[in-house]
Design a protein around this ligand. Sequence first.
Ligand code: HEC
Length: 144
Amino acid sequence: MNQIYRNLTAALLLIGLYGTAGADEQDARQQISMPDMMKKHMLAQMRDHLLALHEIQVAMARGDMDKASDIAETRLGVSSMPAQMQQQMAPYMPQAMRMIGMEMHKSASRFARTATEGDTLRALDSLSTVTQQCVACHAAYRVN
Ligand code: HEC
C-alpha cells in the first residue's frame, strides 16, 4: 500500500514539475493592461461564460434545445454584450483580440439558431466553434 502511495506521490511530483516548467517555457501570451475595475468585471464575465457553457451542455443532454439556444443567445451571443461596455473595453484590446471576441459572440448566435433545428450533432459541432474562440483567445492573451 505504501509503495502505491510513494509511486503516486512521485508521479504527481513529476506532473507538477513538468507542468510548471512547461508553463514557464511556453507562456508567450501577450499581456493586456486595463484598469483594475475593468479587469475584475471582465474576469467575472468570463466565469459566467463558463457557467453558460455548462448550462448549455446540461440543457442539451436533457434534450431541451430551446433552453440551450436561449442561454447561448442571452449570455454569449451578439446581443449579450451591451454596446456601452463594448465601447469601454475595446480601447484596451488589440484588434486581433477584439476580432476573436466578436467571432465568439457571432458563433454563439449561430449555435443558438442551429440548436433549434433538431440535429444534435450539428448543434454540438456548432457549439465547438464557440469554444474554439475561448481557446484561441486564452492561448494568445492574459490580463495578469
Ligand atoms: C477575446 C478574448 C477571450 C475570449 C473570446 C474568451 N476569453 Fe476567457 N479570458 C480571456 C482572458 C484574457 C482571460 C485572463 C487570462 C489570464 O490573465 O490568465 C480570461 C479568463 C477566463 C477565465 C478565468 C476567470 C477568472 O476568474 O480568472 C474563464 C473561466 C474564462 N476566461 C472562460 C471563458 C470561456 C468559457 C470563453 C468562451 C465561451 C471565454 N473565456 C472566451 C479572454 C477571452
